[in-house]
Design a protein around this ligand. Structure first.
Ligand code: ZN
Ligand code: ZN
Length: 349
């Protein structure tokens, strides 16, 4: 099969023909029809993700068609249209059995701990547990776009952040996951403040329903601006980028008893931050909540929201590229977060 291979961190990927993946006994092989290019692929590409061993195939936001079924998989058949969370639970441990595969100790992560979907085919283990059937109304590109950023934003807001209708949310960072958070917030009838240094990203945020936008390059005190707009602070605030300044701005944007959800993965110098524990967390009684991914069991509720038309992800997809252009798409992220989601939808070109 054709795949984009990473031989050296921070160097161009090469499109090569490699051996077909082996079908796991309890899994499937999916013929990839679409795959998103995500900021976490960029982390892998630059060598910031310790899970990645070279040579490697990235890509964790995919949709496709089941091509081969292992003898232990009973729920899926060749030809089924599917997607999967990027975190694959083992399906058997107490965490998986209690419905929390994203904390499974034996999890595999597509495109990180195992080869991913910047390729014509990808293997999915424990398919009965991890695979998600796609409704006809959800196309391949949109389903791939859900794969990581939308599902992550959905769990961050709905399950972890418990966002309620009428509440204010501040979204710090409006790349793919931040814009997804804005759309989901509006679908949940909340009010949203979008924050990003890119006016293009803010224009998209406004298009997706953001009630207010802040560009930190023109507004030095972002938390104060959020507190003004929201009448005292957001009920929920998310760091959708994962750098020290967005984390701290997010905490400072909250009203008393507010909830912060950390969506962006902090890497390198941002992995350790100084936290004003007394003034913020203790005195203002804030909650700091982590989130990562969404298990397969959480997909149907989100797909329902999409099928009813309350959540239209099509507009999130701002670019479609062939597999051969994935290297340039990753290199471009060196210069910042592109607005919207880039999808690979051609695996022969
Ligand atoms: Zn991702
Ligand atoms: Zn498990």
């Amino acid at each position: 099969m054709k795949a984009a291979i990473l031989h050296q961190f921070n160097a161009p990927v090469s499109i090569e023909t490699v051996a077909e993946p082996e079908c796991p006994p309890d899994g499937v092989i999916v013929s990839v029809k679409a795959c998103g290019v995500c900021r976490s692929d960029h982390h892998a590409w630059v060598g910031a993700d310790p899970d990645v061993v070279l040579p490697h195939i990235m890509g964790h936001e995919f949709a496709g068609v089941v091509d081969e079924v292992g003898p232990g998989c009973t729920t899926f058949r060749k030809g089924d249209r599917v997607t999967a969370p990027f975190i694959l639970g083992c399906g058997h441990c107490p965490d998986c059995k209690s419905g929390q595969p994203t904390i499974c100790d034996r999890q595999r992560v597509i495109g990180f701990t195992q080869w991913g979907a910047f390729a014509q085919r990808v293997a999915v283990q424990a398919a009965d547990f991890n695979l998600v059937k796609l409704p006809d109304s959800v196309g391949d590109a949109v389903a791939a776009g859900m794969g990581c950023r939308v599902t992550t934003a959905w769990r961050a807001l709905h399950e972890r952040g418990a966002l309620q209708g009428g509440e204010w949310i501040a979204v710090h960072g409006c790349g793919g996951v931040g814009l997804s958070a804005i759309m989901i917030a509006k679908a949940l009838d909340a009010r949203a403040v979008a924050i990003d240094v890119s006016d293009d990203a803010l224009a998209l945020a406004r298009q997706f329903g953001a009630d207010a936008c802040i560009n930190p390059s023109r507004t030095p005190d972002v938390p104060e601006a959020v507190r003004d707009i929201t009448g005292g602070g957001a009920h929920l605030s998310v760091d959708a980028l994962g750098i020290a300044v967005t984390f701290e701005n997010s905490l400072r944007s909250l009203r008393k008893l507010g909830r912060h959800v950390q969506i962006g993965m902090p890497v390198g110098p941002h992995a350790t931050v100084h936290l004003p524990l007394l003034d913020l967390v203790y005195a203002r009684q804030l909650s700091i909540i982590g989130t990562r991914g969404l298990g397969a069991a959480g997909f149907p509720e989100l797909l329902d929201l999409m099928e009813t038309g309350k959540l239209d992800l099509g507009a999130l997809i701002t670019e479609r590229i062939p597999l051969s252009a994935v290297g340039q798409a990753l290199a471009r992220m060196d210069r910042g977060q592109p607005a919207g989601i880039t999808i690979i939808d051609n695996f022969t070109g």
